[in-house]
Design a protein around this ligand. Structure first.
Ligand SMILES: CCCCCCCCCCCCC[C@H](O)CC(=O)SCCNC(=O)CCNC(=O)[C@H](O)C(C)(C)COP(=O)(O)OP(=O)(O)OC[C@H]1O[C@@H](n2cnc3c(N)ncnc32)[C@H](O)[C@@H]1OP(=O)(O)O
Ligand SMILES: NC(=O)c1ccc[n+]([C@@H]2O[C@H](COP(=O)([O-])OP(=O)(O)OC[C@H]3O[C@@H](n4cnc5c(N)ncnc54)[C@H](O)[C@@H]3O)[C@@H](O)[C@H]2O)c1
Length: 759
């Protein structure tokens, strides 16, 4: 007997590979990590093959119908003893096709009844899981009477991450299988369980092929009733303190949701399983599913899912793209400067198992840097121990500390993370260009400086690129990749590949002051400070932004990052400090409004958390709990008096609009200049690097949901009130899109006559 192509569930599926190394398990035990049984008792079965080889092109309706028909045929055919459902191409199923999920056409298509049909089958149905079983795919498996999984299978209900809940009865079956705590954890977080190393007790079958596994297995002992295998008939396992457990869990879920609806509704659905019979629980699941489907957050999160994948397919205005450029392998890297950023970057590289040379300017800095890196790596190693992975960072072949540039001769790639100072960066790049082997790539972690000017200090500008990490560099997912005038496609491809290896999201952008992310951040931060001048307080502004869903408001963020960082940069730009021409008006630079408030705080030694005082006060230097500071409030009053600024009450709407619409406005300029190749790029940058709430889809997606005409009208209103603030003057591109009748976001770029790259 041979196994042919079986039911295909979503396009990632195909023939289950016939190979040894299968683990026979009950899914229940897989999750609980308890005993796992293998059953090897001779018993012959014949199988019905649910054949649907080309489902890639088959609509959901046809697929569901095929599954239903197949099951009915199996039940009716006396020669069929059992049914097996498996996937194609080594994948069981990635669940429902998310594309166009929320469209009215797709509503009403139900997977739940099919799962029930599977469960009701009079013949045993086995899910053979290989690769991924996610979302609807896992729900199908939950409807089966038995589940077996390959040792490397990954399983989860990630619907929450796309703004939904498992809508095919999964919220009712999973708690019955694995208990409420494990089900809640999986369903409210969307975490995917991996079995990289089989848990204790797992026996790996060394059977020659999967046919034999089924033929010999005792899944299907003759005459054994299927009733006990039907999850819908099982009670949800009781907890001694269910009510207390659920209230505590709800508090946790809400705290982590930051305004995202899906986790809480997932919770409600699982709670229903603990309170109601199966059928009522399923009805509740459907109600909650529909609320989410039409909430707008689901669309935003699904947009973000595809945006993250779309940016991997990078292009530049000159025609270079991911299609034609191949990355070079990076066998060894170097990091120069082990300050805030360098130490995180080294940690990231070591975690990715890339050997690193870490270089500092002198032994004192080197020792400080080494300690900091070791501290981070020890912590990471502790976290990773659960996955039984080890970081071999005490091995000098893996991580070497030095002050000697000559050690960099054989590295394939260097990441410079020294002070934000052009002269210093040029000096370093000149040296690197002389010392490093000809093929080596030279990357800079500058947050804003001109990549072309840095590249000009080398004899290989085609291999120079910006790799802008975000703090803390071993944690934050974004890597902004900035190509210069001469950067080659191979260099871009190599930086993108590096992002992937480091498990980061790489986004390719053009070169301008602040690139895409920081450039959009400047007007936002500026508005936040102007609002203080006009009568608001840091805690009021932060509250509005955090209620919107940001993890942290602009003032708390500024205290965390250190006010001195921006102060140094403004001094460098001649906006404050000794190089400011005498007679410059306190609140004006180059004819535009300027607020010296952040500079004044720095002059008072208030650098934020590191000094225990900034926009807030902290329990001590290095403290983390921000408290409103009466000193700052009276300082603001004095400041307003000195500058004769009339104070007024500023409502939440104005705070939100001035901060966010100015940021979005800059985004439109960035698109018009060809610095980013699409709005998705800016959204991915903001979600992964700046804490923009994902359930709002990123700033440009958010703009499209607010409506471009509204954004334009509000910017016009605010710029009339503040004509000296360029960040509030509506972008010409925004105006054009409004004039063209508000086209959908995916069409925006087609309204730019031609890519206008500033490089
Ligand atoms: C048995 C299923 C029956 C389907 C019937 C549907 C009836 C509808 C009834 C609704 C009832 C609710 C059912 C259920 O509760 C709802 C769901 O199932 S929602 C979907 C849940 N699944 C996910 O969220 C999985 C998302 N995908 C991933 O996590 C990853 O893509 C992956 C599967 C782990 C693979 O990761 P990688 O190997 O890194 O590859 P990529 O991520 O780059 O993906 C490759 C390629 O595939 C596209 N893609 C992946 N998953 C989906 C998807 N679910 N829908 C649409 N497209 C998907 C991805 O965009 C990439 O595309 P490319 O960029 O190459 O164009
Ligand atoms: N701090 C952030 O949040 C952040 C975020 C993104 C990008 N950046 C950028 O990263 C770079 C580094 O910033 P940081 O915050 O880590 O700075 P930092 O001041 O914390 O560290 C800089 C390090 O560079 C070292 N250094 C200086 N000259 C050197 C030389 N000649 N050779 C070797 N090492 C030298 C210093 O000793 C110091 O340890 C800057 O360009 C900054 O703009 C910073």
């Amino acid at each position: 007997m041979s196994i042919h192509t079986h039911t295909h569930i979503y396009k990632l599926a195909s023939k289950l590979h016939v190979q040894s190394g299968y683990t026979v398990i009950f899914f229940k035990y897989l999750i609980c990590k308890n005993t796992i049984y293998t059953f090897i008792v001779p018993f012959l079965i014949s199988m019905l093959i649910l054949c649907q080889p080309h489902l890639l092109l088959v609509s959901v309706e046809i697929f569901l119908q095929a599954l239903e028909d197949g099951l009915k045929r199996a039940d009716a055919d006396p020669s069929v003893k059992a049914v097996m459902i498996c996937g194609e191409n080594g994948k069981f199923s990635a669940g429902a096709d998310i594309k166009g999920f929320s469209s009215p056409k797709r509503r009403g298509i139900a997977l739940g009844p099919i799962v029930s049909l599977i469960e009701r089958s009079e013949k045993p149905v086995v899910a053979a899981i290989e690769g991924v079983a996610l979302g609807g795919g896992l729900e199908v498996a939950l409807g089966c009477h038995y589940r077996i999984a390959h040792v490397k299978a990954r399983m989860g209900l990630p619907e929450v991450t796309i703004g939904l809940l498992p809508g095919a009865e999964g919220t009712q079956r999973l708690p019955r299988l694995v208990g409420v705590p494990a089900a809640l954890d999986m369903i409210t977080t969307g975490k995917v369980l991996c079995l990289v190393i089989p848990p204790k007790g797992v026996k790996i079958c060394s059977l020659p092929d999967v046919d034999a596994l089924f033929c010999n297995s005792i899944f299907l002992p003759p005459g054994q009733p299927l009733g006990p295998r039907r999850l819908s008939l099982k009670p949800v396992p009781k907890l001694p303190n269910m009510e207390a457990f659920l209230s505590e869990a709800l508090v946790k879920v809400k705290k982590q949701a930051h305004g995202c609806l899906a986790p809480e509704l997932c919770f409600q659905a699982v709670k229903a399983a603990t309170e109601q019979p199966f059928a009522d629980g399923v009805r509740r699941e459907q109600e909650l599913f529909n609320v989410l489907l039409t909430s707008g957050q689901a669309q935003a999160l699904q947009y973000a899912f595809f945006a993250e994948r779309a940016v991997q397919k990078w292009t530049t205005p000159s025609g270079a793209s991911w299609k034609s450029a191949s990355p070079q392998p990076i066998h060894k890297a170097a990091v120069i400067g082990l300050g805030t950023m360098g130490r995180g970057i080294v940690t990231s590289l070591v975690k990715a198992k890339i050997p690193v040379v870490a270089l500092e300017q002198d032994l004192e800095y080197l020792n400080m840097g080494r300690k900091a890196v070791m501290f981070l790596l020890e912590r990471e190693a502790m976290k990773m121990e659960q996955g039984a992975q080890t970081l071999d960072f005490h091995n000098p072949a893996r991580l070497q500390f030095t002050v000697d540039f000559d050690v960099l001769r054989d590295v394939d790639l260097v990441i410079e993370a020294v002070f934000e100072n052009m002269a210093l960066k040029k000096e370093i790049f000149h040296k690197l260009s002389r010392i490093c082997k000809p093929g080596a790539f030279l990357c800079t972690n500058t947050s804003a400086l001109n990549i072309n000017e840095i590249a000009s200090a080398t004899s290989r500008p085609q291999q120079v690129i910006g790799t802008h990490f975000f703090s803390p560099a071993h944690v934050m997912k974004l890597l902004e990749i900035i190509y210069g005038h001469h950067t080659s496609p191979t260099t871009i491809a190599t930086a993108m590949q590096l992002a992937k290896v480091l498990k980061k999201v790489g986004v390719v952008v053009g070169n301008c002051f602040g690139f895409a992310g920081n450039r959009m951040m400047f007007p936002y931060a500026q508005q936040a400070v102007f609002l203080l001048e006009e009568g608001s307080r840091p805690e009021a502004v932060d509250q509005v932004i955090e209620d919107f869903g940001f993890r942290i408001g602009p003032f708390r963020m500024s205290d965390l990052a250190g006010l001195d960082v921006g102060w140094r940069s403004r001094k460098g730009q001649g906006l404050t400090g000794p190089s400011l021409p005498p007679g410059t008006p306190a609140r004006q630079r180059h004819g535009h409004r300027y607020s010296p408030l952040p500079d004044l705080l720095c002059e008072n030694g208030r650098f934020g958390q590191k000094t225990g005082k900034g926009w807030y006060q902290y329990e001590k230097a290095g403290g983390r709990t921000a408290k409103p500071d009466p000193w700052l409030h009276s300082f603001l009053s004095q400041y307003r008096d000195t500058h004769r600024i009339k104070t007024r009450f500023i409502d939440q709407e104005e705070i939100l609009e001035r901060c966010l619409f100015s940021l979005i406005n800059e985004g439109f300029d960035i698109l018009a200049e060809g610095i980013a190749s699409g709005p998705e790029h800016l959204d991915v940058i903001y979600i992964n690097g700046y804490g923009w709430p994902k359930h709002r889809g990123g700033p440009m997606f958010y703009a499209s949901t607010v409506g471009l005409s509204r954004i334009l009208a509000k910017l016009q209103k605010y710029s009339e009130a503040h004509p000296d603030v360029p960040g509030l003057q509506p972008s010409a591109f925004l105006k054009k899109l409004v004039a063209m009748g508000n086209p959908p976001l995916k069409e925006w770029m087609s309204y730019l006559s031609r890519p206008n790259n500033k490089l």
